[in-house]
Design a protein around this ligand. Structure first.
Ligand SMILES: O=P(O)(O)OC[C@H]1O[C@H](O)[C@H](O)[C@@H](O)[C@@H]1O
Length: 549
């Protein structure tokens, strides 16, 4: 049973009990220009200055100097029975973090009031200061402010009832679900479905995001209107791509002669009134709270396609996997805290070594969509130019996240990783158990290649022939999953959410808004309205495409 609330600061998480946050010391944390910020800034600056002054030994030297390095930096986390009983090893030993840098980053985290910000996140305080909102995705997994957890559980009950009714045939035989959404309303469902629902799914789910009709057309071609349900997933229920695709999907049902086309639509949204206004019956509107951000919404009713495909027990295990990470994140301190340790590594490479990108390679075909998911999570959250008090940032914020799937990527982009002039910190993610029943040789070779790449990046190999020389000393981290399951996938995603948050705290930025996406949308609307003036290039492009006002 998912139920867990959280104490005010770094204390342990107490299942089913909320500890009062009253009396939490310190001034309000998000006031603009307060004295507290001035003193914090100088402490932060001192922490960075110290970090920049530290020597940077090579990876080989770090291993040679510290026999306990592996034990210190490679940690296995058990997720617990409710999350399926598996564990994940987080091996950060092939990064350049060492005791001196960990101490330096601990000082930075203290200067940024990491413990206070974490407590504020998990207690449902309005930490998204630019939008005056909390960020309560963890409450969807049962960890957070008691009233928010209760609300989440009630809403999950509604989703569960609909999922089970559909499985029992209440809407007639349903074999396909066209899930329509974009950004945070699509990337999570697409990842989870591709990872977990390849075999034995109750319903075939097709995720459609792009406004380009080719996307919807391809999905519709795979489905039979008589046995297809449409999920319209949109936090705002106004996004033009989603509403246009939803309209066309509804027309597809109508044109096929489906008797009650609106009866085949489910809405997943934080704006239930808009969904009802659009025509969805209230009984098939699955709301989620405004305090759940779009790119953090997979755990809410946006996860409906996952629950429909896996069944409710599978979805519960997914939430439990994430909750196991929440509890770890809430209680572990310093570099023992795995998302925070990962953020220390991210900041090391970004701020101290000038690495502009970071790469994630899943050595698991089922996680092929993970880099896409992480791109939105990390770049939309932390691609910011001001701190949370509105001041310009003093260095790079989010790295550019990119990646791919192993072994394919080895034969395409790894040349640059091994010998290029950019140093790219790499994450490898793989599963000990295979996801298929073919010859075990497939999986053995996959795993050997994954581990070989990390070893080669670190060791390098000198040659007097420069073209054949590998510099080595190139960092990587490895996440080794026992088995890819709803529980481990939930944990993996939650780990990255908290890693992203921890990076934001170290940078002093708000990871929960995304104003950067608005300007382009406004300009597209003004083109549609007509009469707007543009630069000569845009004007000429519009004219040539027949779009001039
Ligand atoms: O869920 P919706 O309201 O339709 O929003 C879908 C997406 O669009 C926006 O532009 C944001 O960039 C995303 O964070 C969001 O997930």
């Amino acid at each position: 049973m998912l139920r867990c609330t959280l104490g005010p600061r770094a204390g342990p998480v107490h299942r089913g009990r909320q500890i009062s946050t009253r009396g939490r010391p310190g001034p309000p944390r998000f006031q603009r220009g307060s004295c507290a910020n001035v003193s914090t800034n100088s402490t932060v600056q001192a922490a960075w200055d110290h970090l920049k002054s530290l020597p940077k030994p090579t990876l080989a030297d770090l291993f040679a100097a510290d026999p306990a390095r592996l034990e210190t930096f490679s940690t296995r986390l058990e997720l617990g029975e409710e999350a399926g009983g598996d564990g994940i090893r987080f091996d950060w030993s092939k990064t350049h973090l060492d005791a001196a840098h960990i101490a330096g980053f601990d000082a930075l985290a203290a200067a940024r009031d990491f413990a206070g910000r974490r407590a504020a996140l998990l207690n449902g305080e309005k930490i998204n200061n630019t939008e005056g909102r909390a960020a309560e995705h963890t409450a969807q997994r049962g960890v957070g402010r008691e009233s928010s957890v209760e609300e989440a559980m009630a809403l999950h009950g509604r989703t569960k009832a609909l999922v089970e009714a559909i499985h029992e045939g209440a809407l007639g035989p349903i074999h396909h679900l066209i899930h329509i959404g974009i950004g945070g309303s699509a990337l999570g469902p697409a990842l989870a479905i591709d990872a977990l629902a390849r075999h034995g799914a109750h319903v075939h789910v097709h995720v459609v995001a792009n406004i380009d009709g080719c996307a919807l057309e391809a999905a519709l071609a795979k489905a039979d209107p008589e046995t297809t349900l449409i999920a319209v997933a949109s936090k705002t229920f106004t996004t033009i791509e989603t509403m246009t695709n939803a309209h066309s999907a509804l027309n597809w049902l109508k044109e096929a002669g489906v008797e009650d086309p609106y009866g085949r639509v489910v809405a997943l949204t934080a704006s239930p009134d808009k969904a009802v206004e659009w025509g969805v019956d209230e009984t098939r509107v699955l709301p989620f709270p405004e305090s759940v951000g779009g790119r953090y919404s997979l755990w809410s009713s946006i996860g409906f396609p996952v629950a429909l495909a896996l069944g409710w027990d599978g979805f519960t295990e997914f939430l439990e996997g994430a909750a196991a990470i929440d509890r770890h994140f809430a209680s572990a301190e310093g570099a023992e805290n795995l998302p925070l340790r990962a953020a220390y590594g991210d900041q090391f490479y970004s701020r101290l070594m000038g690495c502009q990108t970071r790469a994630c390679f899943a050595y698991d075909e089922r996680l092929a969509l993970l880099p896409d998911y992480l791109q939105q999570l990390e770049m939309e959250s932390n691609g910011k130019a001001v701190t949370f008090d509105g001041a310009p940032v003093d260095g790079p914020t989010s790295a550019i996240t990119w990646g791919g799937v192993g072994t394919d990527a080895q034969h395409a982009v790894f040349q640059l990783l091994h010998q290029g002039t950019h140093v790219v910190p790499v994450d490898f993610i793989t599963s000990i158990a295979p996801g298929h029943d073919l010859d075990p040789a497939h999986h053995r070779i996959l795993l050997m290649n994954c581990f070989a790449q990390g070893a080669a990046l670190m060791a390098g190999r000198h040659s007097d022939d420069g073209a054949r020389s590998y510099p080595g000393n190139r960092p990587s981290a490895t996440m080794l999953i026992d088995d890819l399951s709803p529980g481990t996938l939930g944990a993996l995603i939650a780990f990255h959410e908290h890693r992203t948050f921890a990076n934001a705290v170290l940078l002093g930025i708000n990871p929960f808004d995304q104003f950067g996406v608005e300007l382009g949308k406004e300009i597209a609307k003004s083109i549609e309205k007509g009469g707007a003036q543009f630069d000569p290039s845009t004007t000429a492009l519009l004219a040539e495409a027949g779009l001039s006002a």
